[in-house]
Design a binder for this molecule. Structure first.
Ligand code: PMP
Length: 407
């Protein structure tokens, strides 16, 4: 039976062992944030209990130990995304901070009035607003590639929107609302033919599939640890070394300098240049534990498992005539967004919660995409490696309850 081999992993997640309203918790909101396995919780606690100190400065042993544990994670991330060099891995708060960093430090200095930044119609607000900030500040224009009715990216539309004035492209790898997996290799190849650098927003790809930033051909890639089974408040920006070396700092402070005088500061090389101030030390170390956990489970297996759950969910949801799935592109990741005629998603979410089913309702930080599909909000069920068919069954039972109460 598909997915049966993943069953033992559910026991690694303490929250999932706790009942919700007296029922087995069906946690179907991993696209928003994943639950944490015991090894991640232990890694964070061990840091504070056994060797915590500020990093990079202490000559004493504790500081050396925490520095080493922190810096080791660069190697873990390098392996996890197949980066060419550890120095290409910048620790940040998460995908949002990474995109703002690239927008301000790499893109903004390259924008003249009339230049263009190209994104897609399925971006998360985190990959829209930073580009509005820099284009508005420079007199440049934000251009948006359209989304087709099935929720896939309109590749002809994208091609048509690449112009002489396109200076940068930023594209989501996997849509958090639709589950669409975008052909990022094709997109970066198209862009590079014209010398345009590309950022790939990996917030929803890193948690669900193998990632190879070199094969992808990206110039920048980012993800947040809280979605890769790690803690909130840490994440990474990966950038090609030649880009990072050419970029000015995003923030100034301690730990990002070589020498400081009141007249002039010489910046440290990357990645330290972009890591001003005391970082989320324990959070980075625990992020590393989450990535190693994913590697031990196997990312091919995670993807196959989540896609088989999606197929099962689609099969069961298809029985409902008044239920409409938003986003039906082939080969999707484990996310299903839907609406039911005449019932508001928020009411569904509330009743499902009473049944122990945690789903996301709302616009999922993709308001323009909601407009594209003419819905104010959707119910979104998204899968993690710990989900199983019982969770899908709980969702279906919950929806039956919703209909008996509201329809
Ligand atoms: N991009 C996508 C596709 C996302 O799903 C998210 C998180 N929902 C983000 C960016 C932003 O990530 P964070 O809030 O962790 O910075």
């Amino acid at each position: 039976r598909p997915g049966a081999d993943m069953a033992p992993y559910r026991a690694d997640f303490p929250v999932l062992q706790r009942p919700m309203n007296g029922r087995r918790l069906a946690f179907l909101d991993s696209a928003a944030s994943a639950q944490k396995p015991q090894c991640v919780i232990d890694a964070e606690r061990d840091c504070y209990e056994q060797y915590y100190a500020n990093i990079h400065r202490g000559v004493y042993q504790l500081s050396q130990r925490s520095t080493q544990a922190f810096e080791n994670v660069r190697g873990t991330v390098k392996r996890f995304i197949n980066a060419a060099d550890e120095r290409e891995v910048v620790f940040v708060r998460g995908a949002t901070e990474a995109i703002n960093l690239v927008a301000q430090s790499f893109v903004r200095p390259r924008l003249q009035p009339g230049d263009e930044v190209l994104i897609t119609g399925m971006e998360h607000h985190a990959n829209i607003v930073p580009w509005q900030l820099v284009t508005e500040a420079t007199g440049a224009k934000l251009v948006v590639a359209p989304v087709l009715d099935d929720g896939s990216l309109d590749m002809d539309g994208l091609r048509e929107r690449i112009s002489e004035r396109t200076r940068f492209m930023s594209v989501v790898h996997v849509s958090n609302t639709l589950g669409t997996i975008n052909p990022v290799e094709t997109i970066t190849a198209l862009a590079h033919e014209r010398g345009i650098p590309v950022l790939v927003d990996g917030a929803q790809s890193a948690p669900h599939m193998p990632v190879d930033v070199q094969a992808m051909g990206a110039d920048f890639y980012t993800f947040s640890a809280h979605k890769t089974y790690g803690p909130s408040g840490s994440g990474i920006l990966w950038g090609r070394l030649e880009h990072l070396e050419a970029m000015p700092p995003y923030q100034g402070g301690g730990d990002m300098i070589r020498t400081v005088t009141f007249e002039r500061t010489e910046y440290a090389p990357p990645p330290q240049r972009f890591e001003a101030g005391t970082p989320n030390i324990a959070g980075v170390i625990a992020m590393g534990a989450g990535l190693e956990y994913m590697e031990s489970v196997g990312r091919e297996a995670i993807l196959a498992h989540e896609q088989s759950l999606l197929a099962y969910a689609n099969e069961r949801l298809a029985a409902w005539d008044d239920l409409h799935v938003i986003g039906t592109a082939p080969g999707k990741a484990g996310v299903v967004s839907f609406v039911i005629d005449g019932i508001h998603p928020h009411d569904m979410g509330t009743i499902l919660d009473m049944e122990g089913v945690a789903v996301r309702v709302g616009h999922h930080c993709t308001q323009p995409l909601m407009e594209r599909f003419n819905v104010p909000a959707t119910v979104r069920a998204s899968f993690g490696l710990y989900n199983d068919r019982e969770d899908v069954d709980a969702l279906i039972d919950g929806l039956t309850k919703v209909k008996s109460l509201l329809a």
